[in-house]
Design a protein around this ligand. Structure first.
Ligand SMILES: [Ca+2]
Length: 215
């Protein structure tokens, strides 16, 4: 006990502080404190040191969530096409389009920068691209064509007439957007089906996801 008191006093520069700070010393009856004091004789053994709550190191604030925009194809504007009910589709619906048809969706970019664009679709072909050219889906922004397009692959394995409810994702495209409202258009071309005018080789567009690229 005496040893503890001496240890506390030894840290004070001004002897006049002794009466005011004596209550800050550790409980003299604690065996744990004695052991601690013996192991660290040069440091003051005070209550705030013995029982102080560890302060965690400051951590960086979590990164802001990456903005993601989802556009439902069936909610876009289209001159021709048909909304289809699909249990595996986003919002349970798709937009069935044939060659020469398109859909335009409005989006609001929250900030300037690069965005990835991924299209979710289904395509029911018995033998992909065997009959004629595969369906090509082209991307345009604000009425201007881009270099981005993809071939709509057969999306299921069950066979002709049964794969509309199986979905694939297009390759990821990158576009640059300024903040504000834009118009994203997907156009289908290249598929005419078994016979001239037969639209069996078509594609169903489900949804488009845009994600802001943070670098
Ligand atoms: Ca949908």
């Amino acid at each position: 006990m005496k040893l503890i008191a001496l240890a506390c006093r030894s840290s004070r520069k001004d002897p006049k502080e002794l009466p005011m700070r004596s209550t800050r010393c550790a409980s003299v009856g604690s065996a744990l404190a004695v052991v601690f004091a013996l192991s660290m004789p040069s440091r003051p053994l005070c209550a705030e040191r013995l029982f102080a709550t560890p302060v965690p190191a400051p951590q960086a604030a979590p990164a802001a969530a990456t903005p993601e925009i989802t556009l439902e194809a069936e909610e876009g504007e289209y001159a021709a096409g048909k909304v289809m009910m699909r249990s595996n589709a986003s919002e349970l619906k798709t937009l069935w389009l044939h060659a020469g048809e398109s859909v335009t969706m409005a989006l609001k970019a929250p900030e300037a920068g690069r965005y990835t664009v991924i299209v979710r679709y289904s395509n029911d072909q018995a033998k992909p691209c065997e009959i004629g050219p595969c369906q090509t889906v082209r991307l345009a922004i604000d009425g201007r064509a881009t270099a981005h397009a993809f071939l709509a692959q057969k999306s299921g394995t069950r066979g002709w007439g049964y794969d509309w409810n199986s979905f694939l994702m297009s390759p990821s495209f990158e576009i640059d957007l300024q903040p504000g409202v834009h118009r994203l258009t997907l156009s289908v071309e290249g598929a005419k089906g078994l016979d001239s005018g037969d639209p069996k080789l078509s594609v169903e567009l489900d949804a488009v996801t845009l994600t802001h690229v943070r670098r």
